[in-house]
Design a protein around this ligand. Structure first.
Ligand code: PMP
Length: 642
């Protein structure tokens, strides 16, 4: 299909001088010519700058194969507070392109004002390269590539036209950037564009009322190629695809850019996260794409996820109560299963009452944000789980972080904060290190300074204490902290979280914990599975003994191999340090049939990446011993320690 280039220039005589009124150009199909010619004439005749008395409308046919299609530059906006701010942004942009004398280039704008076209400037020597320095250079023959049935618009879209022009200009041979400042005294927005960086709008590039303006094309290349560059700018017919119609439309596209950059940066720093698909239950052995692997990363400590009684309870709950709970318990009521599980959890933890949440994460968020008021202070261990940290952030309390399990530091901080009310909160078993909080001392300090105490028993329930009752049993204490929080998702083989404490505490949380109030409660299958797992644990504490023996066996073998590890729970951190190396070792282990995840920043501190082994009661000793030998061998191979 033949296309037509249409150009309009309008001017008028004033005081014997030819004053430019408006100019525009389009590349159009034949059927669009009439409507667009009328629109451009109307623009020339009804322009804010005055009525044109000379209008040049030029229409030329062009063959389709003369047209080059290019993509619009990606658009971003720099919000400049002052013109200096805007000019500095341009200088930074130019510096990124390796241009050393950006300030001197900006200074050249004082010479563009009287020019009709653009200045072609050698980016390094600042030599003027345009043959006619009064006329300057005009980039012409370009338009946005539109959809076939577009409407002719007589309202000039400066934004689109600028992007079309800049996209064409920076595609010219040896042009490395364009800078533009409008000569309209009322229009202070300008831009800088380059192929590698895109089109950056600068919201303020000059003072309001300032008539300065112009364009500078920056050239870097052999001077004998200048004519080819000029020929491209003046004669090449270019249609630009994907031109956003408004800055807002461009922002929509642009608003993903920071996310892309963030992910790219994570990839470079070896912090990008991916998931593997597992084809079996989370048991001691799993299958991934048909490969058998020893699972050493699961929190299914007691192996109850695939236990016959637990699964049967879940299935029977679905048969009796269906698949969902239908809403928040405050609006749609309790199932018997909710009440029964709460009663059993409270009894297991030797507390008056319990309240269920949908996950352990939501339990911490709900409990801590409900307890932390404007007038209180929360003292939180520096290695606490992210859900505790997020609960603290959501609360209105002042947050004071104390050194990991350092009771002298905790007391010093309590003394200096001298709070009238507050909470000490800690993981019972630290999720990435496997060590245990100093609960006796925490409770002593809580009492002494009239604070509440809270333990997160996510990795303690079913794991520590002679019969798996958790941290209070582990220390053999008569009394327990004010709040025992836990999760149903680890040793209890289901999902969900809970708080156990006094009836007063539970009534308060039921009324104020937003993650409890505003979320649909746990489904019947999850409730029944957790309750059955809890009864198996209570009736068969020997599974806890098996877990402990397995953990000892695994640690002993690693230590014999010279890999120093220790734990008080079922979590065994194998410290590697460097993120990339930890990933590499985890990948090698995977290839060798061991599923052991590398834990990296932000879950742990930068440079303290580790393999976090989690042991199950259902592992066999022989599997654990063989795995420990393999792990040691691969670590030595990858760290050059033979
Ligand atoms: N607290 C700790 C210490 C945890 O390790 C976890 C889970 N990783 C949670 C809370 C959150 O529990 P859930 O997985 O049930 O959301």
């Amino acid at each position: 299909m033949v296309l037509y280039s249409m150009k309009m220039r309008a001017s008028r005589q004033e005081n014997g001088q030819n004053q430019h009124i408006s100019g525009a150009e389009k590349i159009l199909a034949e059927k669009e010519l009439g409507e667009n010619a009328a629109a451009l004439l109307s623009r020339a005749l009804h322009h804010a700058k005055g009525r044109a008395d000379f209008i040049n409308l030029k229409i030329e046919a062009t063959e389709p194969d003369e047209i080059t299609y290019i993509d619009a530059l990606p658009v971003s906006t720099f919000h400049a507070a002052t013109p200096e701010d805007g000019q500095q942004a341009i200088c930074k942009f130019l510096n990124k392109l390796g241009i050393q004398n950006a300030a001197a280039i900006m200074h050249e704008f004082k010479n563009t004002y009287a020019m009709r076209g653009a200045m072609l400037l050698d980016a390094d020597t600042l030599e003027r390269l345009e043959p006619d320095q009064e006329r300057g250079l005009r980039a012409t023959y370009m338009d946005a590539a539109h959809t076939p049935n577009r409407q002719a618009d007589d309202c000039k879209n400066h934004f689109q036209e600028a992007i079309v022009l800049a996209s064409k200009v920076v595609h010219a041979p040896h042009i490395i950037a364009e800078i533009c400042m409008s000569d309209d005294p009322d229009y202070v927005t300008g831009y800088v564009a380059a192929p590698s960086i895109g089109y950056m709008r600068i919201t303020r590039l000059k003072a309001m009322g300032c008539p300065d303006g112009g364009r500078i094309f920056l050239y870097r290349g052999p001077h004998e190629d200048v004519p080819a560059c000029i020929s491209y700018l003046e004669n090449k017919k270019v249609l630009v695809r994907n031109v956003p119609s408004t800055p807002q439309a461009a922002w929509t596209a642009d608003s993903w850019e920071p996310l892309k950059k963030n992910l790219e940066q994570r990839q470079r720093a070896k912090l990008y996260r991916k998931m593997k698909t597992i084809d079996t239950p989370q048991c001691a052995h799993i299958a991934v794409k048909g490969q058998d692997l020893l699972m050493l990363a699961s929190n299914n400590y007691l192996g109850l996820i695939d236990e016959a009684r637990v699964k049967a309870a879940a299935i029977s709950a679905v048969t009796s109560y269906g698949t969902g709970s239908g809403g928040s318990r405050l609006t749609t009521g309790n199932l018997f299963l909710h009440e029964s599980l709460e009663t059993h959890l409270a009894a297991f933890k030797k507390k008056q009452a319990a309240l269920l949440f949908n996950t352990g994460y939501m339990a911490n968020l709900g409990i801590i944000s409900a307890l932390g008021t404007k007038h209180s202070v929360i003292f939180s261990d520096e290695l606490n789980h992210a859900s505790i940290i997020d609960g603290c952030r959501l609360s209105q309390a002042r947050i004071i972080v104390y050194r990991h399990n350092d009771m002298a530091d905790l007391e010093a901080r309590i003394r200096s904060a001298a709070p009238s009310s507050g909470l000490i909160v800690s993981d019972a078993v630290f999720s990435m290190d496997g060590d245990i909080a100093n609960l006796p001392q925490i409770m002593k300090l809580a009492k002494k300074y009239h604070l509440l105490s809270m333990m997160d028993e996510a990795h303690a329930t079913g794991v520590i204490g002679r019969t798996g009752h958790g941290i209070v049993e582990y220390y053999g204490l008569e009394e327990s902290p004010d709040i025992l929080m836990g999760t149903l998702s680890k040793a209890l083989a289901s999902e969900g979280g809970f708080a156990c404490g006094s009836q007063l505490l539970i009534n308060y949380l039921r009324n104020t914990a937003r993650s409890f109030i505003f979320s649909t409660s746990l489904a019947p299958a999850s409730l029944a599975a957790a309750e059955m797992a809890l009864s198996v644990l209570a009736a068969e504490p020997e599974c806890v003994v098996r877990l402990r023996n397995n953990t000892r066996c695994f640690c002993r073998t690693l230590n014999e191999e010279g890999i120093s590890v220790k734990t008080d729970s079922a979590i065994i951190p194998i410290l590697i340090g460097d993120e990339g190396r930890a990933m590499d070792i985890a990948q090698r282990l995977f290839e060798e049939g061991i599923f052991l995840t590398a834990i990296r920043y932000p879950t742990v501190k930068k440079g303290s990446a580790r393999l976090r082994a989690a042991i199950m009661a259902t592992h066999t000793e022989s599997d654990l011993i063989a795995a420990a030998h393999k792990i040691a061998a691969i670590i030595k191979e990858r760290t050059g320690d033979k």
